[in-house]
Write a protein that binds this ligand. Structure first.
Ligand SMILES: C[S@@+](CC[C@H](N)C(=O)[O-])C[C@H]1O[C@@H](n2cnc3c(N)ncnc32)[C@H](O)[C@@H]1O
Length: 249
């Protein structure tokens, strides 16, 4: 263990953290804080290391604004951090989801980054099953963002093309949650220059959907605007790290 890299020591005086303690001791370069003190005082930019279920249980209710997590891809990374068989995945994750729901503020958001693998030539279904079970648990499944992995590794498979995206499933406790749309606006793309140059009569009024979906648009509203709201596809490259993963099983 490289002590000089530890910024703060974890306080593992509580018996329930004994298991975590031995795992922390195997890690190098981790940044940890007390998990048994008053969590209302956890400083910003801190990482609490431990088993998610155990650590979450020690947090107060309605405490967190945003949860983003990337749990194991079932058992597809056995060699790096172990895993959970796809058939047991939902039952494994539900108690964690229950705790996440407890600690999340009513105005908060939970984003679950996940991707099903392929077994015997078919996509696994545990992500779909998990969504349904989480809804039964009381979560609202409010949105799905697609993470497009810009640098997905090329390859050849007999019956599919390479994986280049993952789910970022958004769950909330309440229909009205905190969302700061103006903070994430993006520049209008180049299509707007040509598209907004000569407006038709239809462009100047609200054009309701012809198929009765309730979706309508008034193109003229965007004339002269420099910024627009983004869509729900995130184009981000993956980054790799040479540090080993924690193993929990
Ligand atoms: C898909 S990886 C996520 C990797 C992460 N997004 C990153 O970029 O490093 C899954 C992670 O979940 C961790 N993990 C597995 N079981 C866990 C548990 N019970 N509590 C907390 N973390 C766990 C693994 O150690 C691994 O780091």
């Amino acid at each position: 263990m490289k002590k000089n890299k530890i910024k703060k020591r974890i306080d593992l005086t509580e018996k329930k953290y004994d298991v975590v303690k031995s795992k922390v001791a195997e890690q190098s370069g981790v940044y940890v804080v007390s998990v048994s003190s008053t969590h209302a005082q956890i400083p910003l930019d801190s990482i609490v290391c431990g088993d998610a279920l155990q650590v979450l249980k020690s947090f107060p209710a309605d405490f967190v604004d945003l949860i983003v997590t990337s749990p194991p891809y079932a058992d597809k990374r056995q060699n790096s951090y172990g895993g959970i068989h796809p058939e047991r995945y939902v039952q494994w994750f539900l108690p964690i989801a229950q705790e996440l729901k407890r600690v999340l503020k009513p105005s908060g958001t939970f984003v679950l980054n996940i991707k099903e693998g392929v077994s015997e030539g078919q996509r696994e279904t545990y992500v779909l099953e998990l969504i349904l079970e989480m809804k039964r648990q009381g979560w609202l499944w409010t949105e799905e963002y697609i993470w497009h992995k810009r640098n997905s590794y090329p390859g050849k498979w007999p019956n599919r093309f390479r994986d280049a995206w993952e789910h970022c499933l958004q769950f909330n406790k309440e229909k009205k949650f905190a969302m700061y749309q103006e903070s994430v606006m993006v520049p209008m793309s180049d299509w707007a220059k040509a598209r907004l140059k000569n407006l038709s009569e239809t462009d100047k009024r609200r054009d309701e959907s012809k198929v009765g979906s309730g979706f309508g648009k008034k193109i003229a509203n965007w004339v002269g605007r420099r910024m627009a709201y983004p869509d729900n596809v995130l184009h981000l490259a993956t980054e790799s790290c040479s540090k080993p993963y924690w193993r929990f099983n």
